[in-house]
Design a protein around this ligand. Sequence first.
Ligand code: PAF
Length: 286
Amino acid sequence: MIIFDNAADMRAWCREQHRAGKTIGFVPTMGALHEGHLSLMRAAAGGNDLAVASIFVNPTQFAPHEDFNKYPRTFDQDVAMCASAGVVAVYAPTARTMYAEDYSTFVTVGGVSEGLCGGSRPHFFRGVAAVVTKLFNAVEADHAYFGQKDAQQCAVIKRMVRDLDMAVQIVEMPIVREADGLAMSSRNRYLNAEERARALCLSRSLFAALDLMERGERDAETVKSAVREGMREVKIDYVELVDAETMRPVERVERPVLLAVAALLESARLIDNIKFNPAGHGGSQQ
Ligand code: PAF
């Protein structure tokens, strides 16, 4: 495994690989890896000649009151997991090499970043868009892989790549769930047994709502009320039904939609979602 800690060396290596005719698949992460990340890495390794991952807990996407300091850092284990999934190089910059002391550039992606997590965490997407831009400038990849678990993040990054003519192609991969339905997340490690049991109401409510839509329910408020009812055990941050591309709320399910939820447990804020397309076989779920 080759580990790079600065953008110039990382970029030089990518350019050398491209000169040799190799394609590169890239998986940006904040570490604390789980099976969801590994599915992205396997896809990157399978769909390209070389797979690269980054591990960087990005301070600019956390507000001062959030969990930046306690975010799990498991670097050695992460590198071993990357290798097991076919990754050949890891980009692991330090905060100091990533951000100059007087760093002052952010990327604002309008529209798609505004509701859902953008509403609850107003600082979040400008930090994500800035760091992903920097990561794309270091890892000059042909394809970059992101998980549907962060559906709004995928929409924001796709929009940014399109609007700023970035050369990389974004590949969105399905959510990976535990056997009991809980969407995999690095933040699941924060949960104690009692919280983890309650957290299951997110996926359970989403799947029940999917069933409702598959059976023909098209009224957004009815679908959202059913989800809110199913999530009584947790503090709801939001339950939203939005257009899957624009992330704008819909009143009726008439085109592909994203049903997205966020909840606050004592030790973690969790998100989950499903996609539904009324046009295909009564709907589809990822
Ligand atoms: O999804 C994540 O882990 C992060 O938001 C990302 C894309 C690596 C940027 O820090």
